[in-house]
Design a protein around this ligand. Structure first.
Ligand code: GTP
Ligand code: ZN
Length: 372
């Protein structure tokens, strides 16, 4: 095992030079919790170690937005502490990619899913999950991230060949540069494709709707020893639920996988956007209503009602449109419910997150209005 097996390269080495002079060590963040991070480092004997690290107050203060804070997948410069001392992140090194979800419009909130990701594998199927509009969303997110998109149209064993090929062709048309594969995780072809994109040092994210076969694939990648389940075996620590915390794991065959509760939010978000977009034509008509807060009921000058009366808009479609906000709320409620409590706690504790004791005391003082 070497730094290169964790993704270290010449660019990072160059960016790290000034830190090396200050006695810091390079580390890759593999875990994020409400109070600290986990990181891979190599000890003096060249052995891989998994250590806890905290963020320096300066790095925290200097980050202009949350998205700039160190996240799972990031390379950082760490000052190792002595016995009973914290190991402190003194700087974050430049990212080669950043996979995130950006709330469009009103907010600048950006949620980072993983950084320095080489490949993002989207898993779908040729049947109920097949949705070109949603896939377009994924392609947009991946395109912005800087990672390579690979799509697995999974469960090919369960659908007619024609349907499989049509789904692949339809998705390929959306993104000529994306790699699209027809796979069957049950027959092992999904694993084969993922492995083709995993080499020592490479990092992958796997996203997609619930039930398309992600866990099946991850379990195949992790080998027998690992199960992607919510059961925690206290004794062996095996079967630790990777989706309750952000985590970067080393795969037995080389390469790494980033797993993260935010993956689910990515799906929710793509679904919401897709839902909204599917009513773009109705929205356009609604923009012609006389009153901007028109309820499209009995209001005067309603362009929507006029369109229905003129036979240009189906009444069923209008009804779905009127339910859109409700449906999106429902979508969000369901996604929220699924969110694990630790994730909530992480958000609430966000402002004091990952700071060392000294910083925390200082911060709390500030909160009380005390001056240093
Ligand atoms: N026929 C067929 N079934 C599959 C295939 N891959 C997975 N499945 C089945 O599909 C079901 C859902 O698979 P999972 O791996 O749990 O799906 P997931 O994407 O992880 O779903 P979440 O955990 O809810 O996010 C399971 O019963 C799998 O056995 C496949 O290639 N073919
Ligand atoms: Zn109206």
């Amino acid at each position: 095992m070497t730094l290169a097996d964790l993704g270290w390269n010449d660019e990072l080495a160059q960016a790290f030079e000034p830190h090396a002079k200050q006695g810091r060590v390079p580390a890759r963040l593999n875990r994020e919790t409400p109070i600290n991070y986990g990181a891979f480092v190599f000890d003096n004997d060249g052995q891989l170690e998994d250590i806890d690290v905290v963020l320096s107050g300066k790095v925290w203060h200097d980050a202009p937005t949350d998205a700039e804070l160190p996240a799972v997948g990031d390379w950082v410069a760490v000052e190792l502490g002595g016995e009973n001392e914290d190991h402190v992140i003194r700087a974050r090194l430049p990212r080669s990619s950043c996979f995130s979800r950006k709330v469009p419009g009103k907010s600048v909130e950006e949620q980072v899913i993983g950084t320095n990701v080489d490949v993002i594998a989207v898993v779908t199927d040729p049947g109920p999950d097949h949705n070109p509009r949603r896939m377009e969303r994924y392609f947009a997110l991946i395109g912005r991230s800087g990672a390579k998109p690979v799509v697995l149209v999974n469960k090919s064993d369960a659908f007619p060949e024609d349907q499989c090929n049509e789904a692949v062709a339809e998705l390929q048309a959306l993104s000529p540069e994306a790699e699209i594969h027809l796979t069957s995780a049950l027959e092992g072809s999904g694993l084969e494709i993922l492995k083709r994109h995993l080499s020592p040092g490479s990092t992958m994210c796997i996203v997609g709707s619930s039930g398309v076969g992600k866990s099946t694939l991850v379990n195949q990648l992790m080998g027998e020893e690992w199960q992607w389940t919510s059961e925690v075996n206290e004794v062996t620590g095996k079967g630790r639920h990777t989706t309750t915390s952000r985590e970067l794991v080393l795969l037995p065959g080389g390469g790494m996988l980033i797993d993260n509760p935010g993956m689910r939010e990515i799906q929710m978000w793509t679904d919401e956007q897709t839902l909204r977009e599917s009513f773009a034509d109705v929205e356009a008509v609604a923009a012609e209503c006389k009153f901007h807060d028109c309820k499209h009921g009995t209001d005067k000058g309603c362009a929507i009602r006029a369109a229905v009366e003129a036979g240009e808009l189906e009444i069923e479609r209008l009804e779905s449109f009127l339910r859109l906000d409700e449906e999106i709320e429902d979508l969000q409620r369901r996604a929220k419910k699924r969110q694990i409590t630790t994730e909530r706690r992480a958000k609430r504790n966000h402002r004091v997150k990952a700071r060392n004791l000294e910083d925390r005391i200082e911060y709390e003082r500030e909160q009380r209005g005390e001056w240093r």
